[in-house]
Structures are given as C-alpha cells and as structure tokens.
Design a protein around this ligand. Structure first.
Ligand SMILES: C[S@@+](CC[C@H](N)C(=O)[O-])C[C@H]1O[C@@H](n2cnc3c(N)ncnc32)[C@H](O)[C@@H]1O
Length: 293
C-alpha cells in the first residue's frame, strides 16, 4: 500500500521487535513531533549541527539520516552533499515522514529521499559514505543488531556520527521540570537504564560496546554541553506548554488526572522562572557526540 501518490515505499506496519516504538512514533509521539516541529527544530538545531560538522561531508557523497523524523536534518545533509550527492532519511514514523516529504516537495529538494523503514533491520540498497543521526538511535530493541545493520549499509571507510542524550541529571531542561512534577505525582521508575528511550545511550561505555560489537572502529565520544532554548525561543508559557506535551515531564503525566495536570503546570512554570530570558527559557543540556568509522 502506497501512503502517497509519488511515494513508492510501503507503509511500515507495527510488527517485529520494534512494534511498540512503531506504534508510539505513529500515534501520540508522531503527532506531537509534527505539530511542534518548528519549536523542536529551533531547540535542537545547534545539537544537530555537531555530528554534521564531524562528518565533513563532501560533494557527491551518499548519507543516511537514521530516525530522521520530520526531515529537517536530512534536508541539511542533502545541502551538504550537493546536487550530485544523495541524502536518505529513514524513519519508522509514517506520520513524521509525511511532513518531511511535504517540505522536500515545497522546497523542490531533488537529492533527498525518505524511507518508512525500521533502521534496525531494513536492508538498505545503497552503500552510504556516512550515517548520521540527531537523537534517532536510542530506540532500538536490539541496538547491537541495529548498528551491525547500519555498518552493513556503509561503504568501506564510511563514517558514523550521531548525538544522543546523556543522563537526565546532565540535562537541567528535563531534570528541573521532572523534579517539579514528581513533587505532585508518584510514578514507577524504569529499572533497565538501557531500555529503548531517550536515555538509553547515556552510558558511553555501553554505547562504545554496541559500536565495537557491530564492527565499527576508531570509536570516540565527546561531551557536548550547550544551553538550549526550551521549546524554541518563545516565552515562559510557551516553554511550559511544550514541556507538558513532549519529553519526560509529559511522560510522567501520561496517566495524571486534570487536577494533577493543572497543579504540575503551575509547578513547572514556577521552576522555569529563574531561566526565563528575553531570548527564550534557557537551560543546560548534555549530550554525547559519537563518531566512528
Ligand atoms: C527523538 S526523535 C528525533 C527525530 C529527528 N531526528 C529530529 O532530531 O528531529 C526519534 C526518531 O527516531 C525514530 N525511530 C525510532 N526507532 C526507529 C527505528 N528502529 N528505525 C528508524 N527510526 C526510528 C522515531 O520515529 C523518531 O522520528
């Protein structure tokens, strides 16, 4: 079944080892990422630039964007490799890819393509010069299999560069509002620190082990500490609305009733006040840049 007239790739069903993630990124998360796309892109722009710089792409190269979402970074990669190069965005979310394809059409970007596939298992048909990701590689049920698959998609000498979050404690923009929420709500804390999710790659030894097992060489990781504008560069109410919809604060409130939600909204607003500036609510973030060959 084709999900778009000019899109030859079939829509991915919620089956296989990543079925839960396929469901999640096509329903609640996918819809939010599409509606908050501009805010997310503003917030993450500087972080996405770091692996792009690390790859030092050359004209004519072929690059794969893993977990490309709404495709902003794929478009940047396409620009970096020029008309003779190709950028392919791979994502399990048909909803987010629909947006990505729409933007590519509107901007008439010819050297970009999007595939609705599971990057853990899809047999990519190209020998890529580089594999890139902005926060799209922490959701695999079997990360060793996924990175072995990505390595197989690379031409000899191909490079890998991605950013992933460090721990929640290194990310004030998530830790501070979550702590405020947890004063009003009790949740069961996850027990497996490596379970698929935003913090699955917080432990760099764990990630290095995965890449090593998958056959990558020259594996390096570097801390990236930057202050970001929470939910883009809007005012404090926009930042609160953003945090109540997306990320760990939203997640702890998943089952909360309206009254708790209202109380937490007030608490989150209060805890953000010290960080509000004329240029957005600015808070610390901590990521890893991983690079390998
Ligand atoms: C945190 S979002 C990041 C999206 C995008 N890279 C960005 O920075 O805007 C994670 C993305 O990874 C995708 N994803 C999760 N598991 C995947 C898998 N197994 N294969 C391909 N994409 C996956 C999700 O659908 C989602 O778009």
């Amino acid at each position: 079944v084709s999900n778009e007239k000019n899109d030859p790739s079939p829509r991915l069903g919620a089956t296989g080892p990543n079925a839960d993630q396929i469901d999640y990124w096509n329903t609640e998360a996918g819809a939010k990422w599409v509606s908050l796309q501009q805010r997310l892109d503003t917030q993450l722009e500087m972080l996405g630039q770091i692996p792009l710089d690390a790859l030092a792409l050359r004209a004519g190269e072929r690059v794969l964007d893993v977990g490309c979402g709404c495709g902003t970074t794929t478009m940047e990669l396409a620009r970096a490799v020029g008309d003779d190069g190709t950028a392919v965005g791979a994502d399990i979310s048909a909803v987010m890819l629909e947006r990505a394809r729409q933007v590519a059409r509107e901007r008439a970007v010819a050297n970009v393509r999007f595939e609705n596939v599971d990057a853990q298992s899809h047999q990519f048909d190209a020998a890529f010069d580089a594999v890139y990701s902005r926060f799209g590689v922490m959701f695999f049920a079997d990360p060793r299999a996924a990175f072995a698959n990505l390595r197989a998609a690379l031409a000899p000498g191909g490079r890998l560069a991605f950013v992933c979050w460090r721990g929640v404690i290194d990310n004030a923009w998530m830790a501070v509002p979550v702590a405020a929420a947890l004063e009003h709500i009790t949740i069961e804390l996850p027990t497996d620190p490596h379970a698929p999710g935003p913090f699955a790659f917080a432990d760099p030894d764990h990630v290095t082990g995965i890449l090593d097992h998958a056959g990558f060489e020259n594996i390096e990781h570097h801390p990236v500490d930057i202050e970001l504008a929470v939910g883009g560069d809007g005012d404090i109410d926009e930042a609160v609305a953003f945090l109540m919809q997306i990320g760990p604060t939203a997640r702890v409130l998943r089952e909360a009733d309206e009254a708790t939600r209202a109380t937490v909204t007030g608490a989150v607003r209060k805890c953000l006040e010290p960080y509000a500036t004329g240029d957005g609510v600015r808070m610390d973030s901590g990521s890893w840049l991983f690079i390998a060959r």
